[in-house]
Design a protein. Structure first.
Ligand code: XMP
Length: 177
């Protein structure tokens, strides 16, 4: 797997240190009471597991399956909700976790749906944000790292379903794509 990676962009140790700081920010910012965390599958799985274990408060954890990329390199622009049931968020404070903010369509669509479902407040956290103009008005409240506009894999992010279990964020060799 390592042979398919052209370069490591963010290594495991750096990610861990940044997650310590993000968890401290989240812990400081939220008032008491149980926070509902919604993890966007599958990309945010690794990020969420490592971040949430650093947040020493009562959390309710839910997952949502959305499809926006369909395993390729380009965003299709459409965000599909794939679950039969939507988590109960009425009147709750919600923290939405995603792996990467790219065009912004995913965070925009899911945040809007959470508000439509009656969430009292919606906050967003992403591991990565690409340094580019968003296609829609979307921003994250918590950002791990700002990266260039290139396709990355690892630490939850995939190319055609693979590389999610790499412990770092890296760039694939051109020959692999
Ligand atoms: P949008 O465009 O909706 O994108 O902000 C969010 C989703 O697109 C996927 N994405 C990527 N996946 N490497 C990946 O493996 C990337 O560089 C990349 N950029 C966007 C990802 O699923 C994210 O949740």
């Amino acid at each position: 797997m390592r042979n398919d990676i052209e370069r490591v962009l963010i290594d495991e140790r750096v990610i861990g240190k940044r997650l310590d700081a993000m968890a401290a920010d989240i812990e400081r910012d939220f008032p008491g009471g149980t926070l509902v965390v919604i993890i966007l599958l599958k990309g945010a799985l690794v990020f969420a597991a490592d971040l949430l274990r650093r947040v020493p408060r009562v959390l309710e954890i839910e997952c949502l399956n959305v499809a926006s990329y369909h395993g390729g390199l380009e965003s299709t622009g459409q965000v599909d909700f794939l679950d039969r049931h939507f988590p109960e968020v009425r009147g709750r404070h919600v923290l939405l976790l995603d792996d990467i903010l790219d065009t912004g369509r995913t965070l925009y669509a899911v945040s809007r749906r959470l508000r439509e479902e009656g969430a009292a407040a919606v906050y967003t956290a992403v591991l990565l944000a690409k340094d580019k103009a968003r296609a829609v008005a979307a921003a994250a409240d918590y950002v791990g790292f700002v990266i260039g506009d290139e396709f990355v894999v690892g630490y939850g992010l995939d190319y055609q379903g693979r590389y999610r279990n790499l412990p770092y964020v890296g760039v694939l060799k051109g020959a692999v794509r």
